[in-house]
Design a protein around this ligand. Structure first.
Ligand code: MN
Ligand code: MG
Length: 655
């Protein structure tokens, strides 16, 4: 099946956008011996073809190659010569990807919807990202076989050679496109455009179960230094690195994941498409870093771009080439990105419409994905609700913790931290508050659908692990329990919760047991500042049935928000991160449920309140929680009437 549009069909499909095209200055000013070459790029699409949030089961304006595609035509029309490339992480990352991998499958000759869409748009080249391995190499291979364009990768390796140039790579390390390019006087000349792909060698750890013992990954810079000279020998006039690797100045180390800045220093590379970090380049994010010129859009003087993620931006590099004899070289460059939406106050306003041909070519898989997210992928033997998540150990948080622990255990294998105890920190996201009296997670015993998972995990965070000692574990929990007001012993119906502190900063930790003494003042205020040095609400922290050793080291599974300072938690300022997961916590939960089939996230009551005689507290929750009120682990709860704004009041006797 070939869905590639003819140029005429494509123009017709985007006619509305091409009415007021202005030529790029390079195209206008190119002299007789010069030519303007434009490189259009997408990166980190993660199967976002349609502008749809499958977790929330509703359309959104911030994602989708069908939207980015609208930019493609206007951008092509602005220049005399262009190519379109993809920078990897295309086949995994939303429920459509899971649907293809877990349900529909990829038989020999099957088309993957993201490839279908890229074929429609006439991509010229692609590369692999780290997520291409999530469903195994065989799956990736079948997806790639559907491409009507070369897919290259120089450092994913079948057999390592004695040096990078002798590696037996899985795909071709590079390609050289032999094209015609129109110069400033409208004359056409032959040009050889070289494209080479790179991915983070960390795939060997992240997808160990698919790769160990069978495949290998080569350091990015080693691969570049071996293959780029060969491309030059073969006559590549221009060499573009497709770097599924981010931009960092952390220093040049062997096996580094984010190598783009150093890759730019490799002789012979003329321009870089970067990605993996899901950020935008050029942008102020990278201002003030040595070797990076945000104004010029360069890394070590070479033009570079990073087009966000999920189709949010089109990345653009413009090269002005100059010919001497039959060779071309870059004389000047520009780089930029174009977004598919803009933010206006709290709203996100779409800037482009859809290319219908992209939607049409993938409609069957889109519709099948809708059915998939709405039907069961697993079973739960415990109700997954959050009505009492702020007052007792809770199944909706427990399932997140269980999945995080399961995942981090796999990720620590073969690392220097293998064997260290793993704790898991998780907070209830949907727990009333400003969201209102119906804003709770509530999944009954029985089938669990993908769309339920967004209920369990609201944010597209990615998994992190931090390394902290036992004393910091205790402090982390102290910070967490600033959500509680100080309670007076002997007092009745005292208000338990501080409504100013959001529930997402109430981290519960699994892997240890502990109690909370509500009669003590909080050590931290709701912003995480120390207000009572020496105060301890967290007592009896036990690990393996013994008091926690303040000096002992623990790996704590959490998310990128918390690990890099969100909520100002002790031990979570970014400096303690030992593992940056490529996977979202949501994906990990889906994978956990799919692999386990049936889950039973019974809250294990690993934390509770210290008994205070003759003392009661009051809190509010959603009235629908009434059916679970007598089954809450480790605490006795009784109804106490109606609260404001539709909430129900409950009373806890602390004795
Ligand atoms: Mn990615
Ligand atoms: Mg627990």
């Amino acid at each position: 099946m070939n869905h590639t549009l003819s140029r005429r069909q494509f123009l017709a499909s985007t006619a509305a956008t091409s009415a007021f095209v202005t030529l790029h200055p390079f195209s206008v000013s190119a002299a007789t011996n010069q030519a303007h070459l434009r490189i259009l790029s997408t990166t980190d699409l993660h199967v976002h073809v349609h502008p749809y949030d499958y977790y929330a089961d509703k359309p959104i304006d911030t994602v989708g190659l069908s939207r980015t595609a609208s930019i493609i035509q206007e951008v092509r029309d602005e220049s005399t010569n262009s190519i379109l490339v993809d920078n990897g992480d295309f086949l995994q990352g939303n429920p459509m990807g899971d649907y293809i991998a877990y349900e529909r499958g990829m038989a020999e000759g099957d088309m993957h919807p993201v490839m279908q869409a890229m074929n429609v748009l006439g991509y010229d080249c692609g590369t692999l990202g780290n997520h291409e391995f999530n469903y195994g190499v065989d799956f990736m291979d079948k997806v790639v076989q559907g491409a009507n364009f070369p897919v290259v990768c120089s450092n994913f390796v079948k057999t390592l050679g004695s040096s990078a140039g002798k590696d037996e790579t899985f795909l071709k390390p590079y390609t050289i496109l032999e094209r015609e390019i129109e110069d400033g006087s409208g004359e056409k000349h032959a040009i050889k455009i070289g494209l080479i792909g790179f991915l983070p060698p960390q795939i060997m750890n992240w997808d160990r179960r698919h790769l160990e013992g069978k495949f290998n990954a080569r350091d990015i810079l080693q691969a570049a230094k071996a293959w780029v000279p060969e491309m030059q020998e073969k006559g590549a006039d221009v060499i573009i690195a497709l770097s599924h690797s981010g931009i960092s100045d952390a220093g040049e180390t062997e096996g580094m994941a984010n190598a783009a800045l150093y890759l730019a220093g490799v002789d012979g590379i003329d321009a870089l498409v970067t990605g993996h970090s899901h950020l935008v380049f050029p942008s102020e994010t990278y201002a003030g870093i040595d070797g990076i010129d945000v104004g010029a859009g360069t890394l070590q003087g070479k033009p570079a771009t990073m087009g966000g993620f999920w189709g949010s931006h089109m990345g653009l590099i413009d090269l002005m080439l100059e010919r001497s004899g039959d060779e071309w070289k870059v004389v000047t460059s520009e780089s930029s990105t174009r977004p598919i939406y803009k933010r206006e106050e709290r709203k996100k306003i779409p800037l482009v419409g859809d290319v219908q041909a992209v939607l049409d070519a993938t409609m069957a898989d889109h519709e099948a994905t809708l059915a998939y997210v709405r039907r069961a992928v697993g079973m739960t033997e415990a109700p997954l609700h959050s009505y009492f998540a702020l007052v007792a150990d809770d199944p909706s948080v427990q399932v997140v913790s269980n999945a995080q622990t399961w995942y981090i255990e796999q990720m620590m294998k073969g690392t220097e931290w293998e064997g260290l105890p793993i704790l898991s920190a998780a907070a209830p996201f949907k727990a009333g508050g400003r969201g209102g009296s119906e804003y709770y997670t509530d999944v009954e015993v029985g089938p669990v659908a993908i769309k339920n998972v967004s209920d369990l995990y609201l944010y597209p965070n990615t998994v992190r692990a931090v390394l902290i000692n036992g004393a910091t574990v205790q402090d982390w929990l102290e910070r967490s329990v600033s959500i509680f007001n100080q309670i007076e012993a002997g007092g009745q119906d005292q208000v338990l919760l501080n409504p100013e502190m959001p529930s997402y900063n109430f981290d519960v930790m699994d892997g240890v047991t502990y109690q909370i003494d509500l009669t003590q003042p909080p050590k931290f205020n709701r912003s995480g500042e120390v207000i009572n040095e020496g105060a301890n609400r967290i007592v009896n922290v036990m690990f393996n049935n013994a008091p926690i050793d303040p000096e002992a080291m623990f790996v704590v599974a959490t998310n990128n928000y918390r690990a890099s300072g969100g909520g100002s938690f002790p031990g979570a300022d970014g400096s303690t991160i030992i593992f940056e997961g490529p996977d979202t916590n949501r994906d990990v939960i889906v994978r956990y449920i799919v692999e386990k089939g049936t889950i039973n996230p019974q809250a294990d009551a690993n934390w509770s309140f210290v008994a205070v005689p003759d003392t009661t507290v009051i809190f509010e929750t959603g009235p629908a929680g009434v059916r679970y009120a007598d089954k809450v682990a480790g605490v006795s709860i009784e109804p106490a009437g109606e609260g404001a704004d539709g909430f129900a009041l409950y009373r806890i006797a602390l004795n």
